[in-house]
Design a binder for this molecule. Sequence first.
Ligand code: MTE
Ligand code: MO
Length: 515
Amino acid sequence: MSTSIPTPVGTDLSVASPPSGRRLALGGVLTALAGLAVSELATAVMKERVSAPVAVGEWIVDVTPGGVARTAIDAVGTADKPLLLAGVTLGLIGFGALAGVLTRRSPLGGLMVFVAMAVIGAVAVLTRPGSTGSSIIPVACAAVTWIVLLPQVTAPPREGETSAEERRRFLRVAGLVAAGSVAVGVASRFVSRERRLIEAARTRLRLPVTAGTVPVGATIAEGLTPWRVPSSDFYRIDTALVVPTVRAEDWSLRIHGMVDREITLTYDDLVQRELTEAWVTLCCVSNKVGGDLIGNAWWSGVRVADLLAEAGVQEGADAVLQTSVDGWNCGTPLAALTDDRDALLAVAMNGEPLPLEHGFPVRMVVPGLYGFVSATKWVVDLEVTRFTDFEAFWTVRGWSPTGPVKTQSKIEVPGSGDRVGAGEVRVGGYAWAQHTGIEKVEIRLDGGPWTEVDLGRVPSDDTWVQWGGTVQAEPGTHTLAVRATDTSGYTQTGVRTDVVPDGATGWHTVEFTVT
Ligand SMILES: Nc1nc2c(c(=O)[nH]1)N[C@H]1C(S)=C(S)[C@@H](COP(=O)(O)O)O[C@H]1N2
Ligand SMILES: [Mo]
């Protein structure tokens, strides 16, 4: 009796041999394109000016002798950019194929080609004007994709695998990589297109706002962060992987919950109301002592107190649950939104419509509260409620339900580790106690007596205060500490606490050397 199983027609039961050169080349090309797609998405998400292939293209133009570049541009005219990009992409495909084939000898050989491409990409990106260290993140994402995928698509047959099985496995992996790349590529086009459209509409917006003038005397020390932080340098904190893109004409805000009359406002409704403008310093509860998650800007917007009054807040409410279009939410004490402070539904920052990453088209700004309990970006919903009836995003994760800003100060000059000349050493920094106000700032050298320093002028209690002075220091290493006293009479405690759950305490100190 025969024990052999009938062979299905067309199935190759021979033991699989190592993948052919063509197959390896295809695997390398798919890997290359997958990395490209990932880096394009990262570029779009990070809003980098140039993608890695564009950077490589610009770099090639840079290093090409002028005459050659001019002749080439003359020959192809305005097609130079698309041609250059196509060339870079073709190069990528070619090197991908080479990398695939090289894996036949050793997996490392193929990987080295990709590593070399990543290095070229990184150098090209970093030599572009306006690039920063983080500009290489898209290239790094591509490198990781390449290193992970190449061994998958060029894997040799498994022990005992038949040719048919091996072939199916390759097709499955290759199909997945190809489909994934297309999906990522489409997503990156979508992200960048939507961003471009909204960015263009945002720059066309004309709002009845002013740019604010930095008060005379606000700046009294040199070498510090500007008293008004330019929007492009303003710290950014949010949970959004992709910056939400909301068109002004699609935006609306619903005010509801424990109110007599629900209100729904469009963007036009909002900007046609009376706008209030104010300097407000925003800071993050995660700001460590001496950290830079703090910034001061000129905000223009509508007082939320007026809107809440129109809605008619009901007895018993003590909170407003704010929700962003991206689902993030926070709870704000009702009192902070209804008292006389400038709690604003802001539409402009430093005289321009809000930058996308700072909440375009509308965000909340509340003087005196940390951002995590007040400064909702892309805000679309305000529900008047009670703190006992909800838990907000960060509260669920162990942070405090409420977050009044803690009185703090920092030294910016000298910087930690700085070397300065002997004699009078200039020192300076900032102190803040938003909506309370700074009364005085003192510094202490090497554990000596606390001495008061000069304070810059401020327009209200809602901004940070610049401080400056000098110390006499002998050659050697010194420690400088700072502490602020607010207008309630409270002097900063020296006890260092962590940022969780409601903000850090402690004096900022820096060590510097006098030569
Ligand atoms: N939608 C949304 N709004 C948000 C956040 C967020 O994660 N999502 N983070 C908050 C926090 S923790 C801070 S400190 C401020 C920071 O605002 P900025 O990025 O404009 O400086 O935004 C607040 N608003
Ligand atoms: Mo924050």
